[in-house]
Design a protein around this ligand. Structure first.
Ligand SMILES: N[C@@H](CCC(=O)N[C@@H](CS)C(=O)NCC(=O)O)C(=O)O
Length: 231
């Protein structure tokens, strides 16, 4: 029995973040798949927020994908997924914060919005975030590698990637394509799609079109949709 146990759901981008980090670090782990539409009663004991992902590592039970990934970085330091240099490490954390506080909420708000004017507002907001990523993330510095921070894969790549895998839902339901002028971002996405941790967790586009139908009609009843409606 593995020492690391992950409560996860294939549809969940936050859980995919953690699965990819575990895979990138070569950590042996067991997955318990949670049906988010029919959560077992015992899950309330495991997950204080009633959400996946939750990581059990020995005595430690940890939730919130960003916190789990930082924990994994400390406990399994190889290969490192954060830069050693404190300044670069801070930049990595700024991007992770941007993903959590700006980028991903806009993704859900666009899907959940039913009103055409509201949809346009969130489409514009997300478009603005993409151009910001292209300019500040990929073009403002001399980059030598294919990843967000340069030559090596980092928590920043794995924090953002799941929403780009699910972008097909925004294309399908809200007609928002990745802008053609986000050249570096598109290159990054192509590179990420080849990474073994991504390939091991990736799902085909039709899965997401199906899974996000309830978001797109604002019928999703889970905790995440409720939280995003309040956002
Ligand atoms: N901030 C949390 C978000 C986790 C989250 O929203 N998970 C969703 C699935 S993607 C969930 O379990 N939702 C439960 C529900 O909708 O009832 C994290 O980063 O881990």
């Amino acid at each position: 029995m593995s020492q690391v146990k992950l409560y996860s759901a294939k549809v969940c981008p936050y859980a995919q973040r953690v699965r990819m980090v575990l895979l990138a670090k070569g950590v042996d782990f067991d997955v318990t798949e949670i049906d988010l539409k029919n959560k077992p009663d015992w899950f309330a004991e495991v997950s204080p927020y009633s959400k996946v992902p939750v990581l059990q590592h020995g005595e430690n039970r940890i939730w919130e994908s960003g916190i789990i990934n930082e924990y994994l970085e400390e406990v399994f330091p190889e290969p490192p997924l954060l830069p050693k240099d404190p300044g670069l490490r801070a930049i990595a954390r700024i991007w992770i914060d941007f993903a959590n506080t700006k980028f991903t909420p806009a993704f859900y708000k666009l899907l959940l919005s039913q009103d055409a004017a509201q949809q346009q507002n969130w489409r514009d907001e997300l478009h603005h975030h993409l151009l910001f990523i292209e300019k500040e993330g990929f073009c403002q510095r001399s980059r030598t590698g294919s990843y967000w921070l340069g030559d090596s894969l980092s928590l920043v790549d794995l924090t953002f990637y799941p929403w780009f895998e699910r972008w097909i839902a925004l294309e399908h339901y809200r007609d928002l394509k990745l802008p053609v002028n986000c050249i570096r971002l598109r290159e990054w996405l192509g590179e990420m799609q080849q990474h073994p941790s991504v390939r091991a967790t990736a799902q085909p586009p039709d899965v997401y079109i199906h899974d996000y139908a309830q978001y797109a009609s604002n019928q999703a009843s889970g905790a995440t949709a409720a939280e995003m409606r309040r956002y």
